[in-house]
Design a binder for this molecule. Structure first.
Ligand code: SAM
Length: 251
């Protein structure tokens, strides 16, 4: 077992599907800002929503996009979306193998709410290359990813819940995933204190994420922090849980 198997099982759990499907209806100000800024890449264009989950961003997107497709590797998420948004297209598909799509098929591709952080490093790199392949030249890819410099992810390990039962549950969840954690020079896969410790999450620093994107033939990388501000690649940010990355498929 590693992060890939843990995540796959997690997103098929009926309670997780229920939670994501019924409670996630908002969009973040950062997403609103990105949609406005890149309106010309979305309006009347082909949009792919990778890891569409419960379709949280569909209401905001479908008013703009001419052709929306949502994919997810969770059978249950896809089933729930098909029932809720009958007129839209959803496909059960793993982002690391999108051979169902031709090269240069989409103008705008999203992988929101840190969906890309559910993967092993090898699968993440393969997925970035697949996304680049299916994007049109000058097409835009937007995703968010956890910040390895975030102070909360470090300090949360030392904070005990006032509810003793929660502490016991957190410790048991941590013990289940502990041996699958990975720490390298450039990224880490860790038990996530912000997700009840039983979930493994990929964390990376901005400069290393930008290198990954450049190596997958993306350019013009812009980064937004959790305060809805554009941020420099090299600046140290300890108070942003994750970042939104916006990049272009280079010619
Ligand atoms: C945190 S949820 C986000 C859902 C939705 N995008 C949102 O913003 O609310 C992550 C989603 O990504 C999906 N996912 C994770 N890895 C995937 C992969 N390799 N291929 C397709 N979907 C994936 C999960 O099944 C889950 O539905």
């Amino acid at each position: 077992m590693g992060i890939d198997s843990f995540s796959k099982i997690y997103y098929e759990r009926p309670n997780v599907v229920q939670e994501i499907f019924h409670n996630h209806h908002w969009i973040w100000p950062e997403e609103e800002m990105i949609f406005k800024r890149y309106e010309t890449h979305i309006c009347g264009k082909r949009v792919l929503d990778i890891g569409c989950g419960g379709g949280r961003i569909i209401p905001a997107l479908k008013a703009l996009a001419q052709d929306y497709i949502g994919i997810d590797y969770s059978v249950r998420m896809i089933k729930a979306c098909k029932e809720k948004f009958e007129s839209l297209k959803f496909i059960h598909c793993d982002a690391s193998d999108m051979t169902i799509f031709n090269d240069q098929s989409f103008d705008f591709v999203l992988f929101t709410f840190n969906g890309i952080d559910c993967m092993s490093h090898e699968k993440r790199i393969k997925t970035l290359k697949e996304i680049n392949r299916i994007l049109k030249y000058d097409g835009i890819f937007v995703f968010s990813s956890h910040n390895l410099d975030d102070r909360r992810h470090v300090t949360a390990y030392n904070i005990f819940d006032i509810n003793v039962f929660n502490n016991i549950q957190n410790i048991l969840s941590y013990l289940k995933v502990r041996k699958h954690q990975i720490r390298t020079e450039t990224y880490a896969i860790l038990s996530d204190p912000l997700a009840g410790y039983g979930h493994l999450t990929y964390f990376i620093r901005k400069p290393d994420q930008v290198i990954q994107l450049k190596q997958s033939d993306f350019s013009d990388v812009e980064i937004l922090n959790c305060k809805c501000r554009f941020t420099e690649i090299a600046s140290l940010e300890r108070d942003s849980k994750w970042f939104w990355y916006i990049c272009k498929k280079q010619k």
